[in-house]
Structure formats: structure tokens, C-alpha cells
Design a protein around this ligand. Sequence first.
Ligand code: GDP
Length: 298
Amino acid sequence: MALFKEKKGFFGKLSERIGDAIMGRPEIDEDLMDELEEILITSDIGMDTTMKIMEDLRTYIKDNYITNPANVKEALAKVIAKLMDKGERNQLCQDTPLVILMIGINGGGKTTSIAKIGHKLRQEGKTVLLAAADTFRAAAGEQLEIWGNRIGVNTIKHQEGADPSAVIFDAIQSAKARNMDVLICDTAGRLQTKKNLMNELEKMNKVISREFPEAARETLLVLDATTGKNAVSQAQEFNDVAEITGVVLTKLDGTAKGGIAITIADEFDMPIKYIGVGEKMDDLKEFVPLEFAGGIFE
Ligand code: GDP
């Protein structure tokens, strides 16, 4: 996969550093293990997660009788993939009707991700409706609608400043009347007012439960990978206020900070569902743990 071979971005730096640590070593010894640990810790992978990876790596090496340092990269990728593998939870719920609430701070790539997911679902033959429930940000609704037009789906929107739950209410009526498979709802990303955000989400969730009880649900958190450790603290903050069912990790095309995906998946038990790899509607990939972790030894 071309993306994972790209040395400049994503895991490129990590891959190179691990390669350097292994090169020329005659055997797997404590010195190598210490060096690997150091590399992981300094690659946006948290301390606890690094410790877990190292422990699993030692077990894997022992159980599989690995003695050649050249095979350590692959072992590491397998261990990391397993840590990120949440089974079916790594995929978007396939049941319909489905309501997806998209949350995350402004600028993270929420609008773009909504469009990308909508586009993917359309390609799968599903009918999609968008709800512009970020009524706080000026022009958020217009931006969403522009994307909606691009991917060929309708957008329900109200005036700026309107009650987000009212938008959701209208969108649900419309989705039901038109027999839509998936309703994707944009929300305002105001983390600085945690209590407000919590109340707002609660209200939206109540409206969905009341008006659309038959719908399956997803709450996806959009995180910008380029922000590194900030994305991890956002995961923490949003985890406190919402029942997150999955993560969309954006902007992995332009960063060597892919390591945070491991921390997020491990520390918060959040399944990564999609990764954003560009600004266009096709630049979204379903998350496959082994493929992702495989980037380490490309
Ligand atoms: P929002 O404020 O969270 O809705 O963020 P937007 O969807 O408007 O995106 C903010 C900026 O990030 C825009 O310039 C997008 O084109 C860009 N963007 C979003 N996702 C990606 C991605 O996966 N890769 C890259 N390179 N840029 C992205």
C-alpha cells in the first residue's frame, strides 16, 4: 500500500529509527529492547502503552523462537496490531437505519470526514442524509451543504444559532420520510465548555432515542493526528462527556505522528474506524490494524 511506504509521513520516522536500532546487531539483547522502548516512548506512544507493547513483544519473541533482530520489526507490528484490534468495533455499524453523531474540535477535519464517510456509504449503495447541527460556528452549515452537494446528498440545516437538537429533530423526520439508510450529524466542537457540550450531546441523544428508536447509533470522535499528544488529551476529554463508539483519525498523510493512534486505541479502548489521508472525498481509509501497524516495518 503506497501510503504506508511513504517514508516522510505516518510511521516513516518510527520505521527508520527502529530500522537503525536493529541494523548490524548480531542478536536480540537487552540493549536492543531498551533502545526500542526508548524509540516508542519518544514517538507519541504513551508510557503505559509502550510498557504493554514491550511486554507483549518479549512474549511474542519467546513464544515464536525469534532470534534474528531482522524479524523484530515484524514482531513489533504484529504486537501493535493486536493491541489496536477491536474486532468488529473497528468497522462502522452496518445496520440501518443508522444515526452517526460526529464530534471533535473545530479544524480537526470533522466536516471533511462527514463528507468522506457519506461518499463511502453512497458508493456502498446506501442512502445518506446530512444534518448540520453545528449551528454555533458561522458558515458551518453552508460548508456542510457544499460538501453534501459534492457527494450528492441532501443536508438539513437551520439558521446560525438555532437549537442543534431542533436540527436533529427535523433531520430525523426527513430521514424517516425518505427512508434514508444513514443520517450523519455534524455537531459543534466546543470543548472549552465541557458542561455545555455534555448537555448539548445529551439533548441530541435524547431526541434521537425518542424520535428514532429503531435506528442504530454511532458516535464518532474526529481527531487530528498532526496535533500529536493534544489529540490524546482530546480523546480523554471527549471520553468523559460522550459514549464514543469510534475514532476517525485525520491528516495522517502529513504527519509522522501516527503513533498516537496506538495510544488512543489502547488507553481509551477506542476503536479507530477510519483514517483520513488527504483533503478529497476519496481520501478516507477503513482502518485495518495489521495494515496500519505494518507501516512500521515498511
Ligand atoms: P472541521 O472544522 O473539523 O469541520 O474541519 P474541516 O473538515 O473543515 O477541515 C479542516 C482542514 O483540514 C481543511 O483544510 C481540510 O481540507 C483539512 N483536512 C481534513 N481532513 C484531512 C486529511 O485527512 N488530510 C489532510 N491533509 N487535510 C485534511
